[in-house]
Design a protein around this ligand. Structure first.
Ligand code: ZN
Length: 312
């Protein structure tokens, strides 16, 4: 059978204050922290993973919170907006909740015949809640204040801003097996039929925009999902054949990763389903204690002293 990318795996963004980031995603948005670890390349910085109950691929938003980070700028060559899927009828609840918590949000709008509510996180990251045309049957994580009838179910889509849709679209369609579903103005919707959810990449083609600056409040990379390492390595071969640079396979403890810069400038990752977040914690305990990769375990005391305190 032909290899297909299984939609989005995770998205990684840059934040400032760790506590503020944690509070916003777990308390205001009602996501579950499924893993609290460190940046494997910079262990004095946290790496937070927020998702559904299990941290299912397609639901995972991750952050590197750098306390003193400068504010970045959205622009060309970046993922510029993250879309979460929410149940029909929930947008009123979210408008009121955003109002109450001082969240910056816009009016409810419509694109591709779907209603959405745009908002920003405390670092200025662009997000939106989208009511999908087809019901999203994924089970959402619930909290006391955010019950399942309004809760975020995982990703709906992510928007890339590019000078020119062509070269990136060729990666999406020729290699990843996405198809152009619709074009409205300068927005192109690419979708894969390999999965039901987190299956959409929207491209905003904007030849006049400036390049983005990757710092606080912007996305660092988007990761696409594959079943296992064998499939991943077949995709690696296809990227190499396309003449692009791609990393070797990297062990991220909870998945295996490959990274490459697609021709439009966005950092793409290909990540595996295995081994998943229950590798080192039970499902009930996910996110409750600081997890370190083996190479840093002997330095745990020092790392814990250097990381900012985090109140759950
Ligand atoms: Zn990643």
């Amino acid at each position: 059978m032909e290899d297909k990318i299984l939609g989005l795996h995770h998205i990684t963004a840059i934040a400032g204050d760790a506590q503020r980031n944690y509070d916003f995603y777990t308390k205001v948005l009602g996501l579950r922290m499924v893993k609290k670890t460190v940046n494997f390349d910079d262990p004095q910085t946290y790496h937070f993973y927020f998702g559904d109950k299990e941290g299912t691929p397609g639901s995972i938003l991750t952050f590197f919170p750098w306390q003193q980070v400068k504010k970045g700028k959205n622009g060309v060559g970046m993922a510029t907006e993250i879309g979460y899927s929410v149940p029909r009828g929930s947008l009123d609840f979210w408008q009121k909740r955003f109002e109450k918590h001082g969240v910056e949000f816009g009016n409810i709008r419509e694109q591709f015949r779907e209603q959405y509510l745009p908002f920003r996180d405390p670092d200025g990251l662009n997000l939106k809640l989208i009511v999908p045309k087809d019901e999203d049957k994924r089970e959402a994580w619930e909290t006391d204040e955010v019950k399942s009838e309004v809760a975020l179910k995982g990703f709906h889509s992510v928007t890339l801003t590019l000078y020119n849709v062509g070269p990136t679209a060729s990666i999406l369609s020729d290699i990843f097996k996405y198809e152009l579903e619709e074009k409205v103005g300068e927005f192109y919707r690419y979708k894969t039929n390999a999965v039901e959810n987190a299956a959409i990449i929207d491209i905003h083609e904007d030849p006049t925009a400036e390049r983005g600056i990757n710092a606080g409040g912007t996305n660092h990379h988007i990761a696409f999902r594959v079943k296992d390492e064998e499939t991943q390595m077949r995709f690696r071969e296809k990227i190499v054949q396309k003449g692009l640079q791609i990393t070797e396979k990297i062990d991220r403890d909870y998945f295996f990763s490959l990274y490459f810069r697609e021709p439009g400038g966005v950092l793409f990752e290909i990540a595996t389903d295995n081994p998943g977040f229950t590798r080192d914690e039970s499902l009930e305990e996910l996110g409750s204690s600081l997890k370190l990769p083996d190479q840093y375990e002997q330095a745990r005391d020092r790392i814990e002293r250097l990381l900012p305190e985090l109140k759950h």
